[in-house]
Design a protein around this ligand. Structure first.
Ligand SMILES: [Fe+2]
Ligand SMILES: [Fe+2]
Length: 212
């Protein structure tokens, strides 16, 4: 018997996130699988590009460079896998507006490094953790092929979450920032509010679907 999807998550991931994905989002995802997959492809591409922009900006941090380079490659591979799956299902890749989620988190970034970098890394950890948790919510309800694909993603997104969080704590420690746990708690609360508030647009990271 296969492990339950939740058993695939890193042990502390569910307590890191301040709220579970609302059931109404899961139901909306099941009836909007085309939008789910297109937006998922977008998210993978964006994750690679975010990792690469960190590599351009923070060239003096060897561990960050290695981790982000590995992460960017994995996200691009995920992107190719989603696009291939979309093609096999006859789903046409079209432009979709971004959800409010990433911008809703980025607006809290502090302005000056290294605190800005600490925040960027915490936000990265939150996005990876939420993606991972959403895959785990969806897996039991999806067809075999998509469930198998999402099961494979849970593992790598879980590792990405751990890497981002490890880097955030490391950069904070090097900067003598003793308030990093409070900062994590603050940003996790902001994330939970975006997840639990009504949202007019269904996307991979959208909030509670508004009644049509
Ligand atoms: Fe990914
Ligand atoms: Fe990821």
């Amino acid at each position: 018997m296969q492990d339950s999807p939740t058993a695939l998550l890193p042990p502390d991931l569910l307590s890191f996130l301040r709220c579970p994905t609302p059931q109404a989002w899961v139901e909306a995802a099941l009836v909007n699988q085309e939008v789910l997959l297109i937006d998922h492809a977008q998210c993978e591409k964006k994750a690679a590009s975010t990792a690469m922009s960190l590599m351009y900006r923070y060239v003096d941090r060897p561990l960050l460079l290695t981790k982000m380079s590995q992460l960017a490659r994995e996200e691009l591979l995920h992107f190719e896998q989603v696009v291939k799956l979309m093609e096999s299902r006859g789903i046409v890749y079209r432009h979709l507006s971004a959800s409010r989620y990433a911008e809703g988190l980025r607006r809290h970034l502090r302005g000056e490094d290294p605190l800005r970098l600490v925040d960027l890394l915490i936000v990265g950890a939150l996005i990876e953790a939420r993606s991972c948790e959403r895959f785990a919510c969806l897996i039991p309800r999806l067809d075999t092929e998509l469930a198998k694909f999402y099961r494979s993603l849970v593992k790598s997104e879980g590792r990405h979450y751990e890497d981002y969080l490890m880097l955030a704590r490391l950069v904070a420690e090097e900067a003598g920032d003793e308030a990093v746990e409070a900062r994590i708690a603050f940003l996790a609360d902001c994330e939970a509010r975006l997840i639990e508030a009504p949202d007019g647009d269904f996307r991979f990271h959208s909030g509670v679907p508004e009644a049509a």
